[in-house]
Design a protein around this ligand. Structure first.
Ligand code: ATP
Ligand code: LTN
Length: 331
């Protein structure tokens, strides 16, 4: 059995980028009987950026319901809130003592977010990758499916794990990051050179998986392309068109080549409309399921509680193994 671990922050809304780059891949991995899958809502990570308490609470419940609605099945996978399993924060402290300040200073996301939130460059923002390493290492994880932007954090988790193993022997499994084949970096609809991001101040730049059909169509129709007319896949020279082709390929479950062939002799307007329609179609069953689940708080909390218990059972073993190796006195 292979252990698969991933997480998503319940901040703001879930974008099409999150879905295509991350959650859709989780869903595929869950379908493989050789995988043991563990998925978390990384709510401890979310407070590295200041959150309104009520909104944060609502978002967390909404994201949990979304994961289930998107097909993450609590009967097949462990699905839980990071903050419900104390071992994450505990291991994070221990790993801090095996992580260098210089390593954290170099992290691209830390540099970006320190600029974006210059009034609140807190220790948590810097320590974010160590908490993420703790998440992954607690579960003896083999593979971590993520979008392209998270690979650097997986690398540092590997470095920390190797450092600890070098001192104490085989404590941690060394994890590997895995990208989805198509769509590891879905780009902004307004600026196709930067990634689609839920924290983008311009809502036209992203699709929320809960946007209604009319909004989705409007956003795709106003997507930025280029001044040519030819529809071909060329992310370097035609980032906007290539991004639409990527999204369409995922939504129709086709290869990019197949999708490009369908547009022989057609124009950008057709591409935008078809991509919009395909995305509406792809998201429709999920939205219906979400609207049902979000009203059933008792069921969501039951799943979350069971998930946390299952996660805890694995996490506590890893934590105790490491503590013993360090030399802590145990009761
Ligand atoms: P933020 O806007 O705050 O940076 P985000 O939209 O990047 O947030 P995260 O919670 O940081 O969302 O990421 C959740 C998962 O989605 C990660 O695995 C990440 O790699 C993936 N992901 C995020 N944005 C994209 C994107 N545009 N394309 C593909 N994958 C993405
Ligand atoms: N930082 C990640 C979310 C995350 C994560 C993890 C992903 C927190 N812990 C462990 C994979 C494994 C992000 O997607 N922004």
């Amino acid at each position: 059995m292979k252990t698969i671990y991933s997480a998503i922050q319940p901040s703001g809304i879930m974008t099409l980028g999150n879905y295509i780059g991350a959650v859709d891949n989780w869903h595929r991995m869950q379908a493989d009987a050789n995988n043991k899958c563990i998925f978390a809502l990384a709510d401890l990570h979310t407070i590295t950026v200041r959150q309104d308490p009520q909104k944060f609470h609502e978002n967390a419940m909404s994201f949990y319901a979304l994961l289930l609605a998107l097909g993450i099945d609590p009967k097949k996978s462990i699905v839980y809130f990071q903050s419900h399993v104390q071992e994450h924060a505990y291991l994070s402290w221990l790993l801090n003592c095996y992580t260098m300040v210089g390593e954290m200073n170099r992290m691209t996301q830390f540099k970006d977010k320190s600029q974006k939130h210059a009034d609140n460059v807190n220790m948590g923002l810097m320590d974010y990758p160590v908490l993420m390493a703790a998440d992954i290492l607690l579960y003896n994880t083999d593979e971590v499916p993520v979008g392209y932007d998270q690979l650097q954090h997986i690398e540092i988790a590997r470095d920390i794990a190797e450092r600890v193993n070098g001192i104490y022997g085989d404590i941690f499994t060394i994890p590997k990051g895995v990208l989805t084949k198509v769509g590891a970096k879905v780009m902004s609809l307004q600026d196709p050179l930067s990634k689609m991001s839920k924290s983008d101040p311009n809502p036209k730049s992203y699709i929320s998986v809960l946007d209604d059909d009319a909004t989705i169509m409007k956003k795709f129709k106003s997507a930025v392309t280029d001044s040519e007319t030819e529809i071909r896949f060329d992310p370097e020279n035609k980032p906007g068109v290539s991004n639409l082709l990527t999204i369409l390929a995922v939504a129709q479950n086709k290869s990019i080549d197949e999708v490009v062939k369908d547009f022989d002799g057609l124009m950008y307007g057709h591409l935008k409309v078809r991509t919009g329609e395909a995305v509406c179609e792809m998201l429709k069953p999920m939205k219906e399921e979400y609207n049902r689940l979000i009203k059933d708080e008792a069921y969501l909390m039951k799943c979350a509680k069971e998930g946390a218990e299952q996660a805890h059972d694995i996490a506590i073993d890893t934590l105790n193994r490491f503590k013993k190796a360090i030399g802590f006195v145990t009761l």
